[in-house]
Design a binder for this molecule. Structure first.
Ligand code: ADP
Length: 257
């Protein structure tokens, strides 16, 4: 028996295939650029190839995320919050608080010992504090996200970016570059800005350890480091952090059978 979970995000579409023992046997991450339906088909196809399976071998498919209602007629759809909770509990069973920073929003979710949602808070009103903020600054600095992540760890002088807004922060970054401020220090300032916004969300919901970080921004080690400092706690990051929602969707698909 094989089950697929698909997370249709604003930036990436992720797919996971699990077997009846909840082992992950296939995975994929594709850019959502071409549209929710096509990206979901593509992500599922790549995950099936990864698992050496064909579509007709799937017993169930569950979708989640921003574009979930636009994917296939015969699939069940579940909210991102529920899926992230299930996925995070699977990746790190001690998790009490999930910090999810994606391309377009950020959320903090408190879960119980079984991986059920207790409470959550979300920022989907403003790009600041999300992946989009960092993507804009990476473009302003002419860097890839991988370079941004790596360079931000080598900071020496603790500077603060005062602009809250993504556009104004971009202008501030350009001025700092013109003033010969070290790029690593500028990136550290940007990472602190994302961390401080996220820490406010965590405090609003009285989040407590153990923390797990999910979503694409979990791959940015500089942001994770600044957030650990802001929360004064260790944050668990899994290699499959970006796939957490898709993992949760697949697990729910398994429970449904
Ligand atoms: P969504 O669920 O909204 O589609 P994701 O969880 O895929 O979003 O997160 C997308 C964000 O993750 C991007 O905006 C980017 O900032 C960040 N990201 C993606 N890949 C990397 C990487 N290799 N290094 C650092 N950050 C990354």
């Amino acid at each position: 028996m094989y089950i697929a979970g698909i997370d249709s995000g604003s930036t990436s579409t992720d797919a996971i295939i699990i077997d009846e023992n909840a082992n992950i046997i296939g995975r994929s991450i594709v850019a959502t650029g071409i549209g929710a339906t096509q990206s979901a088909d593509k992500a599922l196809q790549i995950a099936l190839e990864d698992a050496h399976l064909s579509k007709d071998q799937l017993t169930n498919v569950v979708t989640t995320g921003y574009g979930r209602e636009n994917i296939g007629k015969n699939t069940d759809s579940v909210t991102e919050i529920t899926c992230h909770a299930k996925g995070a509990h699977y990746l790190h069973p001690e998790t009490k608080t999930i910090i999810d920073i994606g391309g377009q929003d950020s959320k903090v979710i408190r879960i119980d010992e079984q991986g059920n949602v207790e409470n959550f808070v979300m920022n989907d009103k403003c790009a600041a504090g999300t992946g989009r903020f960092l993507d804009a600054q990476a473009r302003a600095l002419n860097m890839s996200l991988e370079e941004l992540s790596k360079t931000g760890l080598n900071w020496k002088n603790d500077i603060t970016i005062s602009s809250m807004c993504t556009m104004f922060a971009e202008s501030e970054v350009i001025s700092l570059v013109a003033d010969n401020v070290a790029i690593s220090d500028i990136i550290h300032g940007l990472n602190k800005s994302v961390a401080s916004k996220t820490a406010s969300l965590v405090h609003r919901i009285k989040g407590e350890p153990e923390f797990i970080m999910t979503g694409g921004v979990a791959q940015n080690a500089g942001v994770v480091q600044c957030l650990e400092q802001a929360l004064n706690a260790k944050i668990y990051v899994d290699d499959s952090a970006q796939l957490c929602g898709a993992i949760g969707a697949a697990l729910i698909g398994l429970e449904e059978i």
